[in-house]
Design a protein around this ligand. Structure first.
Ligand code: FE2
Length: 230
């Protein structure tokens, strides 16, 4: 598996190109914003972009979809139905985060309407990228339609904003729910073996085993509602 990461947007989001080494078929997981480097990488490496594969509909994960799709119009665009409204509401998302209208351009958040989705992820589907096979796992809690993509033979899982090194996704935005997120992580990510490498939407990589053992939100060291570590 080829994995190439770009850190984009004011939110330092991890945009990744993931490709099958043998067939050169690729997907871009969460293009955060328009990026000449991202487009050039796909062309220079002679990759065939099959899809723009979105883990969820937040602006810092979908903001580059329109530009990337213009550059590679044959790529399908896939998102879980639970985040459809968020996706099509992209131009209004910055305002919901409290960003002032006069700051939108300076911050790179003056979005055009995103292109039409090709289809929606289904929980449990197997999505093939060349010889790679991703199992698509619905993980609501950070957003209603969040999914993670796990590749069993490569022992890698792309978790978007569900899980981070030592932390979990925020749940205070529309569609967020703390208990639901913990349930999703337990059922859809911690059910993977400890050696799976975890690729998060922000920050460094980790492993399922490390987070199972050390993440205070998953070990019970952090008590939600009490607001403290015990
Ligand atoms: Fe997010």
């Amino acid at each position: 598996m080829i994995i190439h990461q770009f850190v984009l947007t004011a939110f330092q989001q991890n945009t990744r190109v993931v490709a099958c080494e043998e067939t050169r078929v690729a997907i871009c997981i969460d293009p955060g914003e328009e990026s000449d480097e991202l487009e050039a990488y796909i062309r220079d490496k002679d990759l065939s972009l099959q899809a723009i594969a979105l883990t969820h509909g937040h602006l810092d994960h979908i903001g580059g979809t329109a530009a990337l799709h213009r550059a590679f119009p044959d790529a399908e665009i896939i998102l879980h139905q639970g985040d459809d409204d968020m996706y099509y509401g992209l131009p209004a998302q910055p305002l919901m985060l409290g960003i002032a209208p006069h700051q939108l351009t300076a911050l790179g958040f003056d979005y055009e309407d995103p292109p039409k989705l090709t289809r929606n992820w289904k929980d449990g589907e197997i999505y093939e990228v060349g010889n790679l096979k991703f199992s698509v796992r619905h993980c609501p809690g950070h957003t209603r339609g969040h999914v993670v993509l796990a590749e069993e033979s490569e022992r890698k899982v792309f978790v978007g904003d569900c899980l981070f090194l030592g932390s979990i996704g925020r749940t205070d935005l529309p569609g967020g729910n703390h208990d639901q997120l913990l349930n999703s992580i337990n059922r859809q990510i911690l059910s993977l073996d400890d050696d799976f490498v975890v690729y998060s939407g922000h920050g460094p990589e980790t492993t399922v085993g490390r987070e199972r053992a050390m993440n205070p939100f998953l070990t019970g060291a952090y008590q939600p509602g009490r607001g403290k570590f015990v």
